[in-house]
Design a protein around this ligand. Structure first.
Ligand SMILES: CC(C)(COP(=O)(O)OP(=O)(O)OC[C@H]1O[C@@H](n2cnc3c(N)ncnc32)[C@H](O)[C@@H]1OP(=O)(O)O)[C@@H](O)C(=O)NCCC(=O)NCCS
Length: 182
């Protein structure tokens, strides 16, 4: 990958341990190693890391393709996106999102979606800047480590070219609960 940032960087399939160890930001969900390995096994093309010339992890994105084609819900999903603080505002997240969207286009997805904490204004605004809009609010989507409800999520979407009428991004009129989403 050639990043849009002025730094020269490469992308490789992420060693899961490197991503976990980096834990770039508290706003980035950190999962167990098996979770990352599952993504690498099933959707390796959707796991992209940006490395600085010295091998330092600048940022990464991981995602997957899912949903019913028959119901026109086949789509790309962003599971995690994180950029290390020292490499922010260089256009790296925008580039990683662009790559994930290109992959989803090639797979014939109708849209790309993601979940983001409603309080994460920087990310919400960035996604809006990149063409995403709020499709629905998912009440208490995030839980605290003690299992208690923590925060609502916005489910944000961007239509891809296959969704010519942009039906996939028509916002739902009411919030949903986590058990209501697939
Ligand atoms: C959100 C995050 C991924 C953005 O990464 P980034 O590489 O700095 O983003 P980019 O440089 O590609 O920014 C793209 C656009 O988003 C907006 N943006 C990004 N960060 C911003 C900030 N701190 N303040 C205001 N706007 C911001 C801008 O419009 C920016 O374009 P511009 O620089 O031309 O104005 C990064 O801050 C991060 O890792 N945060 C913690 C983890 C997180 O919240 N992940 C998303 C969870 S779903």
């Amino acid at each position: 990958m050639t990043c849009s940032a002025s730094t020269t960087s490469d992308s490789t399939e992420a060693p899961a341990a490197e991503v976990v160890a980096s834990n770039l930001d508290p706003l980035t969900e950190t999962y167990g190693i098996p979770f990352y390995l599952q993504y690498l096994a099933h959707w390796p093309e959707y796991f992209i890391v940006a490395e600085a010339p010295g091998g330092e992890l600048m940022g990464y994105i991981m995602g997957k393709a899912e949903g019913s084609v028959a119901r026109e819900e086949w789509h790309g999903h962003v599971t995690a996106l994180s950029v290390a603080p020292e490499f922010r505002r260089l256009g790296l997240a925008a580039k990683l999102m662009e790559l994930l969207e290109e992959i989803s286009e090639r797979k014939g997805g109708f849209f790309v979606d993601l979940f983001v904490r409603v309080s994460n204004q920087v990310a919400v605004n960035m996604y809006k800047q990149l063409g995403y809009s709020v499709y629905r609010t998912v009440i208490e989507y995030y839980s605290a480590s003690n299992g208690e409800p923590d925060e609502d999520a916005y489910d944000m979407r961007k239509a891809l070219s296959r969704d010519t009428e942009k039906k996939s991004i028509i916002p739902l009129p009411h919030p949903v609960r986590p058990e209501d989403i697939e």
